[in-house]
Design a protein around this ligand. Structure first.
Ligand SMILES: C[S@@+](CC[C@H](N)C(=O)[O-])C[C@H]1O[C@@H](n2cnc3c(N)ncnc32)[C@H](O)[C@@H]1O
Length: 280
């Protein structure tokens, strides 16, 4: 497993009984986590600043004390906005830091200008991490609100080399193929289920293999990497590796679980990532 242990301002304090207690730059949040089927060693609700309650058809945040509507968290030289939102989101998937580091290193080692396509790009953590090391990033997400948040994160870090697109990812790729636009690297972090802006259905198990095949059409003649991340419960890293191998060839494909360390000495599993790397 690859463990995201590069945060100074973020940590998982404790876990148990379907919940995780996290410290986000001094603000303690308690959120549901379906992976946490073990018991808590203490009452996780004690001392929390806010907690998310899951309800039929949605959920909501409860506040035990007044906290800012949004605040900042540092990751290395970058800053990101933290904001409690619907669906228990905070605007950051902290475990993705392991992927940001890996991809930053690949871009730096390439010693050339790298064009990156970030698909299902959310609030732009990966976009900012990669643009900050000189890559030209195209950031695509179906949610206008998320793209606005990604723009704010870029602005916060004085980053200007990101092109922001609100679109359905498959439609965007089809258009880029017609326009003959190419990218040296592709990142994708698709949801288990989702809908594009015009209601396009996305179900990971049904759509991922075809989607990765489609993406082949926008890869440059000298690709650097393709990285696929998934939070879909039960999706084994080997499944991601097999998709990458079958579409791009079997060499230099790796896949692993990713996770976050907890203060209890446990590791919280946070999904799986696979990466195909071209050595050139
Ligand atoms: C799991 S989040 C990605 C997390 C992100 N990679 C990160 O680490 O910050 C999934 C994103 O996919 C977007 N999305 C869902 N369906 C989509 C579609 N068909 N086309 C484009 N974006 C979509 C959602 O708006 C959401 O922002």
């Amino acid at each position: 497993m690859r463990i995201a242990d590069s945060w100074k301002d973020y940590r998982v304090i404790a876990t148990g009984d379907g919940e995780k207690l996290e410290d986000w730059a001094g603000v303690k949040l308690l959120r549901p986590d379906p992976q946490v089927i073990w018991h808590a060693k203490k009452d996780l609700k004690r001392g929390v600043d806010a907690f998310y309650e899951r309800k039929e058809g949605g959920g909501l945040w409860h506040y035990n004390k007044q906290i800012p509507e949004q605040w900042l968290i540092d990751w290395k030289k970058l800053k990101f906005i933290v904001k409690p939102m619907g669906f228990k989101h905070t605007g950051i998937f902290p475990e993705q830091a392991v992927n940001w580091e890996l991809m930053q290193q690949l871009v730096k080692n390439s010693n050339r200008e790298i064009k990156i396509l970030n698909l299902f790009a959310y609030t732009g953590g990966a976009s900012a991490a990669l643009a900050s090391v000189g890559a030209c990033v195209t950031h695509v997400d179906a949610s206008k609100g998320m793209v606005e948040r990604a723009k704010e994160n870029a602005k916060l870090n004085n980053i200007s080399n990101i092109r922001f697109i609100v679109d359905d990812c498959a439609k965007f790729i089809e258009r880029e193929i017609r326009r003959k636009n190419k990218y040296d690297a592709i990142i994708m972090d698709p949801p288990s289920y989702g809908r594009g802006p015009s209601g396009e259905m996305w179900k990971l198990e049904d759509n991922l293999a075809d989607f990765v095949e489609l993406c082949k059409g926008v890869l440059s003649e000298k690709p650097l990497f393709v990285l696929i991340n998934s939070y879909t419960t039960g999706l084994q890293p080997t499944v991601i590796a097999n998709i990458l191998k079958s579409v791009f060839g079997p060499d230099n494909v790796e896949a692993d679980e990713i996770g976050l360390p907890t203060n209890e000495g446990l590791v919280l599993p946070c999904g799986a990532t696979g990466v195909k790397i071209w050595k050139n």
